[in-house]
Design a protein around this ligand. Structure first.
Ligand SMILES: *Cc1c(COP(=O)(O)O)cnc(C)c1O
Length: 437
């Protein structure tokens, strides 16, 4: 929400003007406020039961500097690809504080997990478990594995449901319960516990607590039934942030008041079990602004359009691709305070598709060419979750504002990045590449 206190607000971030940042680094540009990332983490960390460890889900924002910042605050890492694993390690997170779920891990990824000795490979199928066992056996090591369970229950309240139904994630709880000799069948695997992830974008504290209660119960039952020790229980997470009109901000005080007693009881019964909570969006989304510059203004059949230099290719979520109804992320004029009354604007991007609309009928002051229009709540699932190569625009620059300084944490893609890996050939003796030049 434009009024959300967790959003970076105003024309400045830590005293740096967005006008200056856009001039220095160009647009379109992602700007992240390290103070907001820090506050999101610490406000929760200070209130959360100390036994529940926060693992940062790199998928939300895989930038190595963001990961390093969170690591410096004490966050661990949840990764789901080889590059994310290496990112977490480069960010200074120790292997013992890394878990790796994901339904389609490659042998290379599994070997990298074994070589690094991470806290747990989270296996999502019995086939994968067999592969991990074989790879560990070949290397003469024992793999620490947590089993991802697709539970036989689901709790309402997540905008995106990951389990409790037919899903590619995890092993169905009933299937698992039928595998009584699991530990003996895979001699190079040490089963250390369970991972259950109910769903994401939860905006009610009560729902997170209900999820957690059910997950902790299920973990105990599964451990008993299968004879698996509970060295690690990953309760997922799914904490949401408000994007749209009418959505609310989770209150860490309310959340932890409900959650901590559950954790306390479980922790007392299981004094050596590591308890893992995975958070992506919650930690980084409120810290990011996607900054675009207005190129052209036009009217079409009675509606105002501002064509800006950013769009779908960097911020598919704000454009609303894949959603049934396009709802607007909070948007704001970033380069000046306007005194005129707001008007209704469509904010369109540069791509040649009508879908490329960052804002439909949003209220903004009268816009001028050259203005900066920002999309707030954009620090998670931005470029890394968007088709950055659409129309060969490439990845935007990313800047992290830390202690009043603007740090370039990712360079904008240039022509070499976009074209350097492509090959063409001399097809009809016309000289091929040279001719094409
Ligand atoms: C995507 C994902 C997360 C992070 O979800 P957020 O909504 O960003 O918090 C955590 N755990 C798993 C297994 C995921 O797939």
């Amino acid at each position: 929400m434009a009024t959300d206190p967790s959003s970076a607000t105003g024309l400045h971030i830590q005293g740096l003007s967005l006008t200056d940042l856009a001039a220095e680094f160009g647009t379109p540009l992602y700007v992240y406020d390290a103070d907001v990332v820090t506050r999101q983490y610490q406000d929760l960390r200070e209130l959360l039961h100390p036994r529940l460890e926060i693992f940062y889900s790199l998928k939300a924002n895989p930038n190595v500097a963001i990961c390093a910042l969170l690591g410096s605050l004490g966050a661990r890492a949840e990764v789901s690809s080889l590059a994310e694993l290496v990112t977490a390690q480069r960010a200074g997170i120790t292997p013992d504080d890394i878990v790796f779920p994901g339904p389609g891990k490659t042998p290379d990824e599994l070997v990298a997990c074994l070589d690094a000795g991470i806290a747990a490979i989270v296996c999502e199928s019995l086939d994968e478990l067999a592969l991990v066992d074989r790879l560990a056996g070949e290397r003469g090591v024992t793999a620490r594995v947590a089993l991802r369970v697709n539970p036989n229950f689901s709790v309402k309240g997540a905008k995106l449901v990951m389990s409790g139904t037919s899903r590619q994630f995890g092993i169905d709880q009933e299937t698992l319960l039928a595998q009584r000799d699991l530990a003996a069948r895979f001699p190079s695997v040490r089963l250390v516990g369970f991972h259950i992830y109910m769903g994401t974008r939860v905006l009610e504290e009560r729902v997170v607590a209900e999820h957690t209660e059910r997950i902790l119960e299920a973990a105990e039952q599964l451990a008993d039934a299968l004879g698996i020790p509970l060295e690690l229980v990953d309760i997922g997470g799914g904490l949401g942030v408000p994007y749209f009109e009418g959505e609310r901000t989770l209150d860490p005080a309310v959340l932890t008041a409900l959650l901590n007693p559950l954790v306390e009881k479980f922790a007392a019964d299981h004094p050596r079990t590591r308890l893992v909570m995975e958070l992506g969006r919650y930690l980084t989304a409120p810290a990011g602004i996607y900054v675009t510059r207005v190129r052209y203004l036009k009217e079409s059949r009675g509606e105002r359009f501002a064509v800006v230099d950013g769009g779908t290719h960097h911020h598919m979520a704000a454009v609303g691709i894949g959603s049934f109804v396009k709802r607007n992320f909070p948007m704001r004029l970033l380069n000046r305070t306007a005194t005129e009354d707001d008007q209704t604007w469509n904010i369109a991007g540069p791509l040649c598709t009508p879908n490329d609309t960052l804002g439909k009928k949003v209220s903004l002051p009268p816009l001028r060419a050259g203005d900066l229009v920002g999309v707030l709540q954009s620090g998670a699932y931005g470029p890394s979750a968007s088709p950055v190569l659409f129309l060969s625009h490439g990845h935007p620059a990313e800047v992290l504002v830390h202690e009043g300084r603007a740090l370039l944490v990712r360079e904008r893609d240039g022509l070499d990045d976009l074209l350097g890996k492509q090959r063409t050939y001399d097809f009809h003796g016309t000289g091929g590449p040279a001719h094409a030049r």
